[in-house]
Design a protein around this ligand. Sequence first.
Ligand code: ZN
Length: 266
Amino acid sequence: MPQFGPYDAILLHDGIFEPPAEVLTHAGGEAMRQHAIAQWGKPRLSMDVNCFALKGPEGVILVDAGTGPAWGEALGHARSALHALGVAPGDVGHILLTHIHGDHALGLFDGEAPYFPQAQILVPEAELAFFTDAAARAATPPARQGGFDIAQALLRAYGPRLRRVVEGPVLPGIAAMPLPGHTPGHTGYLVGDGLLLWGDVMHMATLQAPDPDTGMAYDLDAPTAARSRRAALALAAERGWTVSGGHVPGFGRVEAMGDGYRIAAT
Ligand SMILES: [Zn+2]
């Protein structure tokens, strides 16, 4: 298992999410979008859903928490993956959220109650500010409003155990790296000396690494998301970081390829 600084990093596979290929977007317009859909060639996308356990000297840290039981039987398996590691919910001391979307945050809940009885939840300050803002909710399309309900559930279930974080060190050997666009406070976490867990910088690596202008309907601000995607890919390639995220299959290394990048499995 890969080790970064004081942490063993373990990918917890929550399941596969298969939305229609029409959720693909492209900054270059409709013809480019259709090209991306044709390149995929199937009516539905196939997207890994992951969260991560970091085992260190001071206990177990999670990065995101999967869907829990909320998204049906194809998902929610991160809980059994954690159990298989010998980690009980009460053993988790900290959970770092990349952003407040269901496939990353609903696993925090047991109904309305906290699933993790001891954990502090570290949430990007800008993310919580956005998803608790009534005016922001009113300006967001109804289909994209789920994060606002989850933010309220987070406050109710974890109130005093929520910790707002900004760019820079957040726990020993872990730094927050804002990568906005997918959501306003969307944040990656750099672990030890070279693992970037970049959340939802991309959902379909085979399409989006070679052409970072390919986006998803889930990106609230597509141009900003594309800039963050390019920035994360460039930095990871330059520094030789290992990368993974909410929807990357396994761990990889970013390599420049033509105008874009490829992610080589490690
Ligand atoms: Zn996601």
